[in-house]
Each structure stands twice: as structure tokens, then as C-alpha cells.
Design a protein around this ligand. Sequence first.
Ligand SMILES: Cc1cc2nc3c(=O)[nH]c(=O)nc-3n(C[C@H](O)[C@H](O)[C@H](O)COP(=O)(O)OP(=O)(O)OC[C@H]3O[C@@H](n4cnc5c(N)ncnc54)[C@H](O)[C@@H]3O)c2cc1C
Length: 388
Amino acid sequence: MKIGIIGAGPAGSLCASRLSESGQSVLLFDPRGAWEKPCGGGVTVKALARYPFLRGCMEACRSVSQLQVISPRGARAKVMLEEPISIYSRTALNRLLLESARANGVRFLQERVLDFRHRETRWELLTDRGTHRVDFLVGADGVNSLVRKKLGERFPPEDLMMTFGYRVPKEIGDGIVIKFFPQFRGYYWVFPRTCHASFGICGRLSQHTTQTLKDLLHSFLTETGQAPDTDRMGDWPVYSALIPSLRPESLRTNRIAGENWSLVGDAGGFADPITCEGIYYALRSGDLLAQALIEGSATSYPERCHTDFAADFTHAAEMFEKFYTGDFLGSDFITRMVQASSRSAALRSIMNAFVAGRQDYRSLRTTLLRKCPRIGLEIAASAFRSSR
Ligand SMILES: Cc1cc2nc3c(=O)[nH]c(=O)nc-3n(C[C@H](O)[C@H](O)[C@H](O)COP(=O)(O)OP(=O)(O)OC[C@H]3O[C@@H](n4cnc5c(N)ncnc54)[C@H](O)[C@@H]3O)c2cc1C
């Protein structure tokens, strides 16, 4: 069987690599090759644990072990990460994956797929350089996926996060800052990357224009003096891109496969609906599809994704509104959580487990309830110490 994979991001390259390694014939298309996709490049320990070969380009990566969270009402909590987040240059990460795929026998074609059609039992792909025929088609072509638009369903604006940000050539230390705004479905971030700092913001595409995001980002940068040369913002390289963040109803009906085709990574809508982490799920879905194809069971791919991670996305999506806009004990939910975690080691430990992938959304509520007495005691003890 000849497999055509459109897109050599993490999802496409890993899928191609695994398939070729097991003896399948694979064509991998991408006009850009390895490139610096607009992305924080943050890779959590769960990805490194499952895919240890990612440590192969650690020199192009930065290890970050401090996370500062600022709530809509300005409450702050610093969490020391027990397992640091690795921040990759996307060019280096994509190159590592693409070179490994080529070393495993994948035929990489630096071509843009312009269109494709089903012809008899095969797919005919038209690229900017020619025509190719394959038996199975994989859409690993990102959030604006051509394969998804033609064979699945387009993402509506309610299922997308828009991002806007700057790559600022300055050193900002080794901490990540995440800031939330009142009644705003998204967040602002400062990411220390390998050769620049990334200042950016994301918000629901259906609710905020890019201009609103830009204005919010500018006013926050100016107010806080986080980026000292705010008057030089016009000189900084800008990025703006979409991330899937599916609502519960969209996750339940998300069509990621059909006869001789499948979608992986962002094209499949596979990013965490709340945090927007997507690299791990791109790798994971690419890997799961390869396993299904190798075992001759392509139809089992959606179920494999569901069992592995997509069911938990539904729990995350159900929490989305409560998380960003809900109230709790007389304030907004995030402010209460940040205030509590600044005083409770038990709560910070849950946050650590969450970032490291040891705590899922499904059992988050139960974990919080179980640890509630301890968290309460720690908060009371801390408040008592402060009052003295
Ligand atoms: C601003 C921003 C910050 C982010 N930060 C993080 C983060 O810190 N951590 C994290 O885990 N995730 C992050 N994400 C999400 C992450 O970038 C994506 O989830 C991840 O890149 C998805 O991988 P993928 O392989 O599915 O798609 P992509 O990485 O988007 O790769 C798709 C590939 O398909 C190619 N392609 C597209 N169309 C065609 C075509 N017609 N023909 C041939 N090739 C084509 C493209 O050139 C591209 O190389 C962020 C996203 C954004 C926008």
C-alpha cells in the first residue's frame, strides 16, 4: 500500500516515520520542509517520556522550570515545575522529525498539494510540481487543512483560538508567565524561547477580532512594562495563527477518518481545548494512525484516539466556560485558584501533575475534592502566618 501524507509537521513526520519503518511505502509532502511555525514550542514531560528521541535536539531547546500565573484580578502564584517544560525551536523540532522519517525510508517531496481527488480506488494528488497516486491519504496539514475542508468538516470560528504575538529579541530569564483577563476566553503569555522571547495572546476566534487581541496585548505590555521597548513594537516580527479548541459537541461529532483517509494533529482538531497544547497530540495521533495502519485496521484509528486522549478533551471542553468565565466563592474561578495555589503546596502539586500529564481533566474534580481538606488547612495556616 502506498500512503500519501500531506504536511511534515510533528503529526505527519512521525506518522510517516513509523509507517516507513514497518515497510510501508510513504510519500510525505510539504513545501516548507522544517520551518519556524508560529508556536511556543513548549513540550511537556509526557511527550519526552513517550518519545525519548525528542531529546535528540536538546541543544536547540530551553528548559523552563518556573511558571507564573496571574489571575484576571491580579492575584499571582509562582509554581516551580518538578518536571520542566522544554521549549523547542520549531525548526529544530520539525527537522529532527523529518530527518528521522527520511532516514527510515520516507520519500519527502518539497511540494504543496493543491488539490486531490478519488480516482477509482486510489487518490490522485495534484501538487505545484506534478501528480502523484496513493492508496491511502493522511491529512497532517495543520489547522487550515485542505484534507479536512474537502473530506471532513471545516472548523467553525467557535472551535478555534486566534493567536497574535511578537518575537522579541531579548533575554527574559527562564520563567513562563501566563496572564488571564476578566471574562476573556483565552490568555496572554510570555515564553522564553531559544533566541527570542515570545509575547502573545490567544482568544476565541468567534468572540475576538485580531485587533482586539492586539489591543489587549499592547495595553498589558505597556501597563506592566513587561517588554521594555514597547515603543519599538512595530520593529518586532509578528505572528498570528489559529489553534483548534473544539467544543464538547464538536468533539463528539468530529470526523477524522473515512474510506482510505484520516486526519492527524491540528487537522484532526487535536489540541487541548483549554491550554492549546498541540505538539504532544500531533505526535500521538500520528503514532496511533501508523499503528492502526500497520496492524491493517485503519478503521480503529478514531477509537484509538478516543481512548488515548480525545475522551479527556471532551472533559476539558466541558470545563472551558467554567474555567475562563465562571465564578467561585465570590470571585472569578481563576483568581480563587491562583490565590489558593499561592498558599497551598498540595494545590501546586496538582498543578505540577497536570502540566506533567499525570493528572487528566476527567479525574481533576475528584482529585481536588480528595485533597480539599489538606488544601484548606494549608490556606488557613498560610493566612494565619501572614496575619502575624
Ligand atoms: C502561537 C501558537 C503557540 C503554540 N504554542 C504551543 C506550545 O507551546 N506547545 C504545544 O504543544 N503546542 C503549541 N501550539 C500548537 C502547535 O503549534 C500545533 O498543535 C502543532 O504544531 C500541530 O502539529 P501538526 O503536525 O498537526 O501541524 P503543523 O505543525 O501545523 O504542520 C502542518 C504542516 O502541513 C504543511 N501543509 C499545510 N498545507 C499543505 C499543503 N497543501 N501541502 C503540503 N503541505 C502542507 C505545513 O507547511 C506544515 O508544515 C501553538 C500554536 C500556536 C499558533
